[in-house]
Design a protein around this ligand. Structure first.
Ligand code: NAD
Length: 420
């Protein structure tokens, strides 16, 4: 099939390159010239394991442009633009709206049935109440008759996005008309996982309910972990025991300094805002966010237990990405931690294998180390992201406050885990 992808970030580029590997022709459309240049030179615009190899292998099956005319020669368009939070936590749909308008203008010029698929995470109702009228207005055509419209949420995880594309737990297809359903069933026919066909609003909600549940699991583990810490119990041992219950499942019980990233915080906040819109006060989801906000400061409190006055002290920060195997720092727990250290007038020396360039744009004023070993020379070290290579360091004789459970760090002279 001929596919166009609007928005070539983590989701767009992984999805597009994945579809190219499956034999489709892909056109990436983005407003960011740097991303277009990178893709056209077979360089991933983001860091993701295995992506560069796939881009090289499928070099003749994709191209990138900033011109929406790229859609004209395709059968399906995926909307994969960002859906960030507004200041009040509600979803900012401006990128989705502008993509929908541009797609509509192109559909006006295009003959034949074209399918538009919303893959961006959007609050229930968006595809039919925001995207549909904009495309209809610009194209002069009717959804579900002249053009297809679907919602197909994305569940890939940064750090294992390529693998997740080819081996998803499930594929959810939210549709209203048979023709669109057939197009998507054909596109996804190479996948053997369960495929769930729902109405459009349900597909939108499945994504939010999934992310909200995972975020809840983490905040639950952290709340239990905070109690464990006070009682001198290792939360990891506790959750090993808890996770063995088949009704519960061991995944996502990693107690620590909380979740970050481009999805969980913004999606939980957007769901809270949507709930309030319809007159529901979501008490549990609010508590999930409150617990999460408090976790990073526990790392600083533990540090101050050992060094009460941080002014002029050299504090090493190991890890800046919101999780290992990515260069993404959106909502990384490193951000509030570094902000607090700056307030305390500590001297910060930070290291991350992939995310330093991104972090430097936010915090040009702190020092960055070339190697993780340099960071170990600080007066104390905070572990903020659990990169595998941090398991190889020699922590003997150091003060280490660990937010992510790096086993090797337990050999430090003074070692504190945030929930253990
Ligand atoms: P991203 O910020 O990495 O990429 C978005 C891209 O869209 C950028 O390259 C931007 O330049 C481009 N863009 C913005 N406006 C545009 C426009 N009008 N026309 C063309 N391009 C435009 O975002 P992402 O992390 O890939 O997330 C995209 C969506 O997928 C979000 O809704 C997100 O919640 C969802 N999602 C993300 C993940 C993830 O792990 N990152 C996982 C599942 C779902």
């Amino acid at each position: 099939m001929k596919i166009s992808i609007v928005g070539s970030g983590y989701v767009g580029v992984t999805t597009g390159v994945g579809f190219a590997e499956l034999g489709n022709d892909v056109t990436f459309i983005d407003v960011d010239e740097n991303k277009i240049k990178a893709i056209n030179s077979a360089k991933p615009p983001i860091f993701e394991k295995g992506l560069e190899e796939l881009m090289n292998k499928n070099r003749d099956k994709y191209k990138a442009t900033n011109n929406y005319e790229g859609i004209l020669d395709t059968d399906i368009t995926f909307i994969c633009v960002g859906t960030p939070s507004k200041d009040d936590g509600s979803i900012d749909l401006s990128f989705v709206e502008s993509a929908a308008r541009e797609i509509g203008k192109m559909l006006k010029r295009k003959d034949g049935f074209h399918t538009v698929v919303v893959k961006s995470t959007v609050v229930p109702g968006t595809t039919e109440e925001v995207v549909k009228p904009l495309i209809e207005k610009e194209s002069g055509k009717r959804a579900f008759e002249d053009f297809g419209l679907a919602m197909n949420p994305e569940f890939l995880r940064e750090g294992s996005a390529v693998d997740d594309f080819f081996n998803p737990d499930r594929i959810v297809i939210g549709v209203k008309d048979d023709k669109t359903r057939e197009v998507l069933e054909m596109l996804y026919s190479p996948f053997n996982c369960p495929k769930l066909v729902t109405d459009i609003k349900t597909a939108e909600m499945i994504k939010y309910a999934s992310n909200a549940f995972l975020a809840t699991k983490i905040s639950f583990a952290n709340e239990i972990g905070n109690i464990c810490k006070k009682l001198g119990i290792d939360a990891y041992e506790v959750f090993k025991g808890v996770g063995l219950d088949h009704r519960i499942n061991p995944a996502f019980f990693r107690a620590g300094i909380g979740f970050g990233g481009s999805c969980f915080p913004k999606d939980v906040k957007a769901l809270i805002a949507k709930a309030r819109d319809v007159g529901e006060e979501p008490k549990l989801l609010k508590a999930v966010m409150d617990v999460n906000e408090g976790q990073p400061m526990r790392l600083i409190e533990l540090l101050k237990k050992h060094i009460p006055n941080l002014r002029g002290k050299k504090v090493g920060v190991l890890g800046l990405a919101f999780k290992p195997d990515t260069d993404d720092i959106r909502e990384s727990r490193a951000i509030p931690i570094v902000e607090e250290l700056l307030k305390e007038q500590a001297e910060i020396l930070a290291y991350d294998p992939k995310a330093m360039d991104n972090f430097k744009q936010l915090f040009p004023q702190i020092r960055y180390a070339e190697t993780p070993n340099e960071v170990l020379n600080a007066d104390a070290v905070l572990i903020v992201t659990e990169w595998k290579e941090f398991e190889q360091l020699d922590y003997k004789g150091k003060i280490v406050i660990d937010g992510r459970r790096v086993e090797k760090a337990r050999e430090a002279a003074i070692y504190e885990g945030v929930c253990w």
